[in-house]
Ligand binder design. Sequence first.
Ligand SMILES: Cc1cc2nc3c(=O)[nH]c(=O)nc-3n(C[C@H](O)[C@H](O)[C@H](O)COP(=O)(O)O)c2cc1C
Length: 179
Amino acid sequence: MPALKQRHLLVWYATHEGQTRKIAEYICQQAQGYVVEWCLLNETPSRQLEQYDRVLVAASIRYGRFPAVLRRQVSVHHESLTRAQAAFIGVCLTARKPGKDTAATNPYLRKWLRASQWQPSLCAVFAGALRYSRYNTWQRSIIQLIMWMTGGSRDTSQDIEYTNWASVDEFATAFFARK
Ligand SMILES: Cc1cc2nc3c(=O)[nH]c(=O)nc-3n(C[C@H](O)[C@H](O)[C@H](O)COP(=O)(O)O)c2cc1C
């Protein structure tokens, strides 16, 4: 029997408290038959991007922005990303709100897409997590202020995960279904 060709998936990501990684791991549960390479966005993957069967680029929002390393990598690799089977996911707390939970309606995603040299053919935004237990004093105060302004939880004794896993599932199905 001929050996099945091994398929390769690159997860190229950045995370602070781990929620983006957790979402990417969830997506990878659907990566049946793929060898998964995990690479931080500030590092270089082991192959050319076009040599992967799938590339998932993932990053979260802090203080209204994706990390600068995302912009840098996209500006260097946008042509390869366009040629590759590559998708992008953004993670932020704003996406917990109905009406701000798609790439077309989320203000951070819209802004990023307007400026990006790479226009991913598949793109999504997911709500992240409030991890008061992992923030320093400054971050806790900032997040409490944002939560006060946007009607979220200011109770620092509790972490809350807002990620809609059904939406992540849907994204994963679309990501792996493409030719
Ligand atoms: C210091 C700090 C600033 C943040 N700024 C924003 C923000 O401007 N807008 C937003 O929607 N979410 C913001 N978030 C929420 C994060 O995007 C969210 O917690 C996400 O789950 C983080 O994912 P990560 O753990 O993969 O980095 C902020 C979180 C922290 C800790």
